[in-house]
Design a protein around this ligand. Sequence first.
Ligand SMILES: NC(=O)c1ccc[n+]([C@@H]2O[C@H](COP(=O)([O-])OP(=O)(O)OC[C@H]3O[C@@H](n4cnc5c(N)ncnc54)[C@H](OP(=O)(O)O)[C@@H]3O)[C@@H](O)[C@H]2O)c1
Length: 382
Amino acid sequence: MSVLLTGATGFLGCRLLRELLARGEENITVLGRGTPDELRSRVEAAVQWLDSPALAPGTLASVRYVSSDLLQPDLGLDVQERARITKDLTTLWHCAALILLEGDPAPLHHANVIGTRRVLQLANEAPGARVLHVSTAYVAGQRSTGHIMEDDLRDTGGFQIPYEQSKHTAERMLRAWASSGHRDVTVFRPSLLVTDRPIPQGLPGQPTDLLLRIVEHVVNSRPDHAATLPAPVHTPRRTKETPAAALQYRLQGDPLGSLNMLQADYAAHAMVLAASRTTPAPGVRTMHVTHPKNVTFATVAAAVETRFPGLKVTMVPTLPHPTSLEKLAGAFAVNPLVYSTHRRTYDRTNLLAALGGLPDPQPVDLAYLTRAFGCAPAAVAE
Ligand SMILES: NC(=O)c1ccc[n+]([C@@H]2O[C@H](COP(=O)([O-])OP(=O)(O)OC[C@H]3O[C@@H](n4cnc5c(N)ncnc54)[C@H](OP(=O)(O)O)[C@@H]3O)[C@@H](O)[C@H]2O)c1
């Protein structure tokens, strides 16, 4: 029995590896970029920093590291290595992906579609292995309202960004592969993953860092920002010195809009637990790895304000006469604000059936997001 994992150097993958090790999985091979020593060093740094769940001494040292790249034919693996990996392989976790919120679809298709096809070609050489594929709740694309079912893979509404489309195409490919080969596939669709643990430089950062960088850019674009706005704070606080509403900023979006955000530690735990509790069977089962409750954009904006004292963000349905600063965020090629009209919710039936009595995650609320946003590395011009 052996386990293969891609993407272990990433924000979610390092957590999956820790969960797998904590459950007592043995014979784990990690595929990733760089030399085996570089991979080991990056993965061990991330997994050790997580510090939970508890690992027995020496467990991490048992992991085998193999250089591999989704962009290379055959994943960059020679025949001998493929034979070694696929011998007795029981579980293949494919977590690696390129996550880019910007325009060019080609690199995304290459990594997330062709790369996944290469992973499935490897799985062809291990007919007894089940495949656990990490997708995203954002395969629902532009559908901003409604309740998205777990087995729903329609693309009628189109996609907001090519990343969503690449993950959607990969899911379609997995369905065809599972059905033609009578293979057992589980697709996990996490929502936006967050952590409130301060992440040291050099370890995998979280997606919301991007939102904060955009806000930093907007704040720093104000010519007199230094005179009116204190520098962002690492430890969120409001002080007597904080100027009230020094920078008013209107953000176009649905004032009742909401996002689904889930603690990354919970997501990894839930995925590994769900995988262990599902009975292998041919076909594809899909699980939304999502929080039971969305968080409103108003709450997200309030948490951003704590990071930038003096900033006042207001969500507005229309933005008449935008200031140059207000135009700025919308002009970003990389713009997480495209989601600001969302209200959709996610079905969790399959997930809950697999998790049994696992308690719901803690709320992702203002207090949580204030901690999460306060701990991202700040890079504001002085
Ligand atoms: N984070 C979220 O909020 C979120 C939400 C929903 C779904 N997901 C899904 O969860 C998975 C992991 O995301 P993440 O947040 O952990 O992303 P991440 O931190 O950016 O990690 C991505 C991982 O993929 C690897 N990778 C990228 N391109 C590769 C290539 N060409 N060859 C080999 N490995 C490659 C990276 O390796 P390097 O370290 O070498 O770059 C890294 O290990 C993805 O499938 C993503 O679509 C994430």
